[in-house]
Write a protein that binds this ligand. Sequence first.
Ligand SMILES: Nc1ncnc2c1ncn2[C@@H]1O[C@H](COP(=O)(O)OP(=O)(O)O)[C@@H](O)[C@H]1O
Ligand SMILES: O=C(O)C1=C[C@@H](OP(=O)(O)O)[C@@H](O)[C@H](O)C1
Ligand SMILES: [Mg+2]
Length: 170
Amino acid sequence: MAANIFFVGLMGAGKTTIGRIIAKHLNKAFYDSDHEIERRTGVSIPVIFELEKEDGFRKREAAVIEELSHMQDIVLATGGGAVLLPENRKHLMENGTVIYLRANVNELWHRTRNDKHRPLLQNDNPRQRLEHLFAQRDPLYREVASIIVDTGGQPVNAIVHQIEQKLLSL
Ligand SMILES: Nc1ncnc2c1ncn2[C@@H]1O[C@H](COP(=O)(O)OP(=O)(O)O)[C@@H](O)[C@H]1O
Ligand SMILES: O=C(O)C1=C[C@@H](OP(=O)(O)O)[C@@H](O)[C@H](O)C1
Ligand SMILES: [Mg+2]
């Protein structure tokens, strides 16, 4: 069995933070698709969006997800939009346990409001943008995930503990 764990969810859900901790606890290699794209291109996510638009970024993201999802025994934090393409959803569902980290728009907004690293939220009304993305993507996250964790109002260590319990009972 591949024994991979893939995190999905909106920007600010905690995929990168929690994925890294879970990987350490379970002694698996940790990857983040955004970091992998930055490593390969040598530039930041905002620069990729600026030069290649969202479309160019999605192509790079799809290539990285296809490759990483076929590795063995890894934890992967995907970017929030990774579920948009059907082929990404298929790769994630077929090659590991997918965990959806869920939070309400208000919380996501608070967690991301001071960060300039997310191009989709650099506009006049990031909260409204998050609302729109939540409506569009929540069904897609649910489609791919076999574990859904509500992160609302919970500190990171409590979420990590909850995920480890759920993984044990699979
Ligand atoms: N459960 C939580 N409670 C409070 N803050 C959180 C929680 N999970 C993550 N954060 C914070 O929210 C921000 C976004 O987390 P991050 O892991 O980058 O999310 P994602 O990768 O899903 O976009 C970080 O500053 C992180 O420390
Ligand atoms: O939701 C999205 O479309 C995106 C989420 C980001 O990752 P995080 O979810 O880790 O912030 C990053 O991939 C990019 O800015 C686009
Ligand atoms: Mg992230």
